[in-house]
Design a protein around this ligand. Structure first.
Ligand code: SF4
Length: 362
């Protein structure tokens, strides 16, 4: 089969897509407004293919389809939890699978999206880390998760986006950066920057790149252990990016940072840990989010009992730090990151995990 060489319009950030389309229409002697017309049908009022852009004359639709493509993600599984959380498993063109979770909460609808197929970082408590790294996603595959849910009947529209699905987003900055533009730009998906959160283990070049963007995107840092000694045992990435440097980066980030802290029974949930965590949070005025471990979500770990989480939160709060305990959602559908894919496919051998540890900062 000959490879499809047509550029995927969904891979281009808004300005680039509009320029590409304008040049194409110019070359054909067509009016320029056509470019905005086509672009509007990629993200705002999405269509599956050019043939569905019925406001364009048929010959023009056919010519567009010869020059470009509009990719799609194949929905492999859709599961709904009793609490309304929905989980989607998408099959990519090369057989990889990624997950997206839609979490309703009052008038909010948060999408938890993936940035890589698998993950190289192997955090000890994470199902995605256990399956190994497969590959980076493209912008079309990252922002495309949101597009696919908009294309459902009835559509699901997000108010908030969190990059907390599969993968470490700042290890794939080259694709995450244009994806942020697609999510945020009013001409594309139009989600406010303050409603888009990038969650990282603390990949420093990526944090710098995110800080350099003018939009007010939010940063969440997965701390999970308040000392280097403990964090190294849970998160191998701590060797490359130690806590002290991560905290320094959080301090210089010009917006308020959130610390994510998963509660692991008997591991990181003792009173001394609460005191250390509060100190780190105060150092950079961070907000602390305590995350109950999903039962069955991590081999070899047990969830901290609810009353101990409450006590831990009180100890952090007593030291002048704002703290919240995240509600577990989708417990009956294995909605913790990587769980559904692992259940369905089993584990795959990691591919190029070593070679792809580099941070791709555009
Ligand atoms: S917690 Fe995030 S960074 Fe760590 S292994 Fe899982 S997906 Fe990767």
């Amino acid at each position: 089969m000959t490879p499809d060489t047509r550029p995927d319009l969904l891979d281009l950030a808004p300005d680039e897509a509009l320029t590409t389309l304008r040049e194409w229409f110019d070359a054909r002697g067509e009016p320029r407004y056509r470019a905005a017309q086509v672009f509007g049908r990629l993200w705002q009022r999405p269509v599956r293919g050019f043939d569905d852009i019925t406001e364009l004359p048929k010959p023009l639709r056919e010519a567009l389809a010869e020059a470009f493509r509009i990719s799609s993600l194949e929905l492999a599984t859709r599961q709904q939890s009793r609490d309304g959380t929905e989980k989607f498993l998408f099959r990519l063109h090369d057989g990889q699978f990624i997950e997206t979770v839609a979490i309703p909460d009052g008038d909010r609808m948060t999408f938890c999206i993936s940035s890589q197929a698998g993950c190289a970082l192997q955090c000890a408590f994470c199902a995605t880390g256990a399956m190994g790294f497969q590959r980076n996603l493209t912008p079309a595959e990252i922002a495309g998760q949101v597009r696919e849910l908009r294309l459902l009947d009835p559509p699901i529209l997000p108010t908030n986006i969190v990059f907390m699905g599969m993968g470490e987003p700042l290890m794939n900055w080259k694709a995450v950066s244009p994806s942020l533009s697609l999510l945020n730009d009013a001409r594309a998906l139009g989600i406010g920057a303050r409603h888009i959160t990038i969650s990282t283990v603390g990949v420093l070049p990526g944090i710098e790149a995110l800080a350099a963007r003018p939009e007010q995107f939010r940063l969440a840092i997965s701390i999970h252990a308040p000392s280097d000694a403990l964090r190294r045992t849970l998160m191998p990435v701590n060797v490359k990016y130690p806590l002290v440097d991560v905290i320094a980066a959080a301090r210089t980030f010009d917006r308020r940072v959130t610390f994510e802290y998963v509660m692991l029974g008997g591991v990181n949930d003792q009173p001394a840990h609460a005191a250390e965590l509060a100190q780190l949070a105060r150092d950079c005025r961070a907000f602390v989010n305590l995350i109950p471990l999903h039962p069955g979500g991590a081999m070899g770990f047990t969830p901290t009992p609810t009353e101990d989480i409450t006590r831990f939160a009180a100890a952090v709060r007593a030291r002048g730090v704002e703290v919240a305990v995240r509600r577990s959602r989708g417990l009956d559908i294995a909605a913790a990151c990587g769980q559904l894919r692992t259940e369905r496919l089993g584990r795959r051998a990691p591919v190029a995990a070593e070679t792809d540890r580099d941070v791709h900062v555009a």
